[in-house]
Design a protein around this ligand. Sequence first.
Ligand SMILES: [Zn+2]
Ligand SMILES: [Zn+2]
Length: 250
Amino acid sequence: MLCCHGMLTLHRLANVLYPPACPRCDRSLPRADAALCRSCEAAMPRPGRPLCLSCGIGLSGAFDARLVCARCRARPPAFAGARAPWLYLGAGRQAIRLLKYRHRRRLGRWLAETMAHRAGEDLPVAQIDLVVPVPLHWLTRRLRGANHAAELSARVASALHKPHDALALRRRRWTPSQTRQRTWQERWRNVRESFQADPRRVQGQGILLVDDVLTTGATAQACAQALRAAGSREVFVLTAARTPLQWRTR
Ligand SMILES: [Zn+2]
Ligand SMILES: [Zn+2]
């Protein structure tokens, strides 16, 4: 059996013989602890500013002085603000998929740290009392072998020095994967009323809801409604990436 020192030497030797490669493009990494190489990191697209203050979508077209998109003005979402450091496109989409389906832990750590940084810049962090992941159904968790949303949210919570509670919100029933539902109506029908929050854990609390991707916003809306119904004071949403599409709340 090797002692700690022996393991460390072996680890260093392995790094020299097999320098850690970027999980996206296989080029060598600038530092052994880097999540991606510099060019992949730079290739991950970010939402264009200004952002809608409510849902965080890039406002490239017409907008009024309040910086709220037409969709949020017509039907305000149940959450007070949603932010994501990246767009779910190109290298951004590939990085999330590496986390989701290949369980790249170092990548997860870096994504979460960047998400926490974005929350610090763009969300009222002082109003957040509790960080909560979008829950997976136990069956999905069993099939995937990991719960990346819960891993991201635990890391975000520790970076923001906030408590984390993975049991505050649960899935009441199994729903088919959201990625197969194309339209907002399909997604909303799929997730509506499928979440339940525990009032003993969330009452009066400011919640930061964490997930990997925000697509149409149907899941975030359903979770925020469940949290508000259980007495949460307000809900903010933080995801690693969001689709650049317009989205709807109903
Ligand atoms: Zn790369
Ligand atoms: Zn909006």
